[in-house]
Ligand binder design. Structure first.
Ligand SMILES: *Cc1c(COP(=O)(O)O)cnc(C)c1O
Length: 461
């Protein structure tokens, strides 16, 4: 229903917060600073915050802090509020569901909303075959369940992941990440039977998809052996690793090998799924039809919900009671997810993601022509990154420039732009905005980044 989608980027009059950047205090302001003091007394130092401004309100692509500063949100809570903050139809669905009932536990007494989300996932995940789902609470929990399901189905032990991967912070998933710091350092012993295979990173390895796949498969075959390999878990576009887009043909070649060896191939679409890249799932860009797909972050407009969806025969290998959890498939989260799926279709949000890709890429290309620290612009839809290199090394060593990333993201925060960093070497700026981000806000945000780059480096020409 088009008339329920009032947060469309083209319909500014319907936002409850003006879609504009506005800085009225020092960052952080005095009220945020006082809250930060309270937090330091009671919140674990193991939990960090990129920018310690405390948020009072958020709508569309703008977040407002307790001091009245308005930020252009280029991170969307790390790719969660994909359809926009406090999107009208999501809020309405959650309120309505909360008034009906909030919890029964699907494994005690079920309800339609869970079934409807599973139907929508079966419809929109890649592949035209019978699919089933289990709903849980978080991305890491989806990864954990994907591994359990694959092990049960195959009767095999080993789990393979790719270099530069990120899969979560639980005891199993911290062993699946590429970076030890900060995710695994000091938290060992790590889970066994997890193997890290070489990935496809065209900007650095220069390999074609076929060459990169041959290298990955050689590792899986020689180091693990297919007969012990339960699953290969892959982000179609790597998230925390720095939005690496694999070379053409890489993912289908891996799937073909997995299928021929009885290995379950799992797409971790936790960051890249749910319309983020201009398709429902990023796998579709690469002609990849995974056996299992993991969904989380953007699925419910900000409510916690995650899913494992895939081939019915794999999903059904688990014994009754083997899958689930107390909050898994919470009715309010499910109602919000149904509203998100409706809004993606009604608001042409796949088209909005493509619009954002065009506008961002054009603006970033102009910056790349001006500053020689931008090595590569890559990504799809509203999942775009720039990799920063040392000045003048872009065509040669491509040496990482983490210092530039740190100062640009700090400068952006001080000037009202929330900009996330990423990358194994900390040298990637990632643009992961909500699809409500207008072209005018893109131009404004990029002007801040332009100023930040000008402040740290002399223009190349
Ligand atoms: C965020 C993320 C996870 C972990 O999700 P949580 O909800 O934080 O547990 C796993 N995989 C990818 C690709 C992610 O981006």
């Amino acid at each position: 229903m088009t008339d329920t989608l009032t947060n469309s980027a083209t319909d500014a009059a319907t936002y409850s917060v003006a879609q504009e950047r506005k800085i009225v205090t020092a960052i952080p302001g005095p009220i945020s600073a006082a809250l930060h003091e309270r937090r330091r007394a009671v919140v674990s130092d193991g939990v960090s915050s990129m920018l310690p401004v405390y948020i009072a309100k958020a709508n569309g692509a703008i977040v407002v802090d307790v001091d009245g500063n308005q930020f252009i949100d280029l991170g969307a809570g790390i790719g969660v509020t994909t359809i926009g903050h406090t999107e009208t139809s999501v809020v309405a669905a959650a309120v309505e569901q909360s008034q009906d009932f909030i919890h029964t536990l699907f494994t005690v007494t079920p309800y339609e909303e869970y079934v409807r989300v599973a139907e929508l996932l079966a419809e929109h995940t890649p592949g035209d075959f019978p699919k089933k789902s289990v709903l849980i609470n978080s991305g890491a929990e989806a990864v954990e369940n994907g591994v359990k399901i694959a092990r049960k189905f195959t009767g095999r032990r080993a789990v393979a992941v790719l270099d530069h991967a990120y899969h979560g912070r639980t005891v199993l998933t911290m062993a699946m990440n590429y970076k030890a710091m900060p995710y695994a350092t000091g938290y060992g012993p790590l889970a066994s039977d997890v193997y890290h295979a070489p990935s496809s990173y065209p900007y650095h390895d220069g390999l074609t998809g076929a060459e990169a796949a041959a290298r990955t498969i050689a590792y899986l075959d020689k180091v693990i052996g297919a007969s012990d390999l339960a699953c290969l878990v892959v982000e179609p576009i790597q998230g925390e690793g720095g939005f690496m887009v694999p070379a053409e043909g890489y993912l289908p070649a891996l799937q073909e090998w997995c299928s021929s060896k009885g290995v379950v191939m799992i797409a971790d679409e936790i960051q890249s799924g749910m319309a983020r890249t201009g398709k429902y799932y990023a796998s579709e860009h690469f002609g990849w039809i995974p056996d299992l797909v993991l969904t989380a972050k953007g699925i419910a407009g900000g409510f916690p919900l995650a899913a494992v969806t895939g081939r019915a025969e794999i999903m059904d290998a688990s014994q009754p009671g083997g899958l689930g959890g107390t909050f898994g498939g919470n009715p309010v989260s499910c109602a919000a997810a149904i509203a998100v799926f409706d809004a993606i279709a009604a608001g042409n949000l796949l088209g909005e993601a493509q619009r954002i890709e065009k506008s961002l890429t054009a603006g970033l290309t102009a910056l790349k022509n001006k500053y020689d620290i931008i090595g590569e612009i890559r990504g799809r839809g509203a999942m775009i990154a720039i990799e920063l290199v040392q000045p003048g090394t872009g065509d040669t060593t491509k040496a990482p420039n983490a210092a530039a990333v740190a100062s640009i993201s700090t400068y952006a925060g001080q000037h009202g732009v929330l900009l996330l960093t990423a990358g194994t070497y900390g040298n990637v700026l990632r643009f992961l905005p909500s699809l409500a981000l207008s072209d005018a806000l893109i131009v404004d945000a990029l002007s801040v980044i332009d100023d930040a780059m000008a402040a740290l480096t002399a223009p190349a020409h």
